[in-house]
Write a protein that binds this ligand. Structure first.
Ligand SMILES: NC(=O)c1ccc[n+]([C@@H]2O[C@H](COP(=O)([O-])OP(=O)(O)OC[C@H]3O[C@@H](n4cnc5c(N)ncnc54)[C@H](OP(=O)(O)O)[C@@H]3O)[C@@H](O)[C@H]2O)c1
Length: 219
């Protein structure tokens, strides 16, 4: 699969790019071509040091990344969602988009989920893109820090929410290619509010109890 990670120059984008361990072609998207190239090269270097597999990873501007991809991961802050979608609109045809966007803000020392009028960031995203695009929500409850540390063993579940059954099936299969992660059908796209709002809860839970990099596992 050709996977474009928009905002792939950031924390969670890096973690995902590394954890697919060269099983797929990764296209790092950025608002800036030179930044995309430079960061993609740095990921390729990390992968060369950690695997003997041949890795296909490159960096281009977000709109070009979308045009090249089968799967598009939107990995930007919520505040950037609308402007990002506007910038990639001409490249959207029949790709599947995965949203891992969490709308949240700091309140006192803790984080709070700020529910969008549409119900969730994923539903808002669905309304912004053409009907031909399948939108799925996943990855919200993984820690970028944990993903980026390749020495750290993963043992997490990722709930996948989406109402386009084919798109969801494709994404579940793709997630299962990451070692240590089990993908579970989390229901309809409207259910994405549950996994989005769980993120600030997990971060606050970690802070309150002096724990680090909490994730989710259903047992
Ligand atoms: N960090 C985590 O552990 C984690 C876990 C699960 C979900 N998430 C969610 O994933 C998303 C990304 O998180 P992150 O921590 O990776 O964020 P980040 O590192 O702060 O940002 C990711 C990338 O977004 C791009 N960006 C920033 N402002 C933008 C704008 N106005 N327009 C377009 N692109 C912009 C930047 O890329 P360029 O400058 O290269 O364009 C940046 O490198 C957030 O919605 C977050 O809630 C994060």
């Amino acid at each position: 699969m050709k996977i474009a990670i928009l905002g792939g120059t950031g924390n969670i984008g890096k973690g995902l790019a590394l954890r697919w361990e060269c099983k797929h072609e990764i296209i790092i998207g950025s608002r800036e071509q030179s930044k995309a190239e430079q960061i993609a090269d740095s990921y390729a270097q990390i992968l060369r040091e950690n695997t003997t597999k041949t890795c296909n990873i490159r960096g281009v501007k977000n709109d070009k990344a979308v045009a090249m991809a089968d799967i598009v991961i939107v990995a930007v802050p919520y505040q950037a969602l609308k402007s990002l979608v506007d910038s990639i609109q001409p490249s959207l045809t029949n790709q599947v988009i995965i949203s891992l966007v969490v709308p949240m803000e700091k309140q006192n020392s803790y984080l709070k989920y700020v529910q969008p009028d549409d119900g969730s960031a994923a539903v808002k995203l669905k309304k912004l893109v053409p009907d031909t695009i399948g939108v799925v929500a996943a990855f919200h409850n993984l820690s970028a820090k944990k993903l980026c540390n390749l020495e750290s063993h993963l043992d997490y579940d990722v709930a996948v929410c989406g109402s386009d059954k084919e798109a969801k099936k494709k994404v579940i299969k793709l997630i299962e290619d990451i070692n240590g992660i089990r993908a579970l059908d989390g229901g309809e796209l409207e259910d994405a509010v549950v996994i989005e709002s769980l993120t600030p809860f997990l971060i606050n839970l970690a802070r309150r109890n002096n724990l680090q990099e909490l994730g989710v596992k259903f047992v």
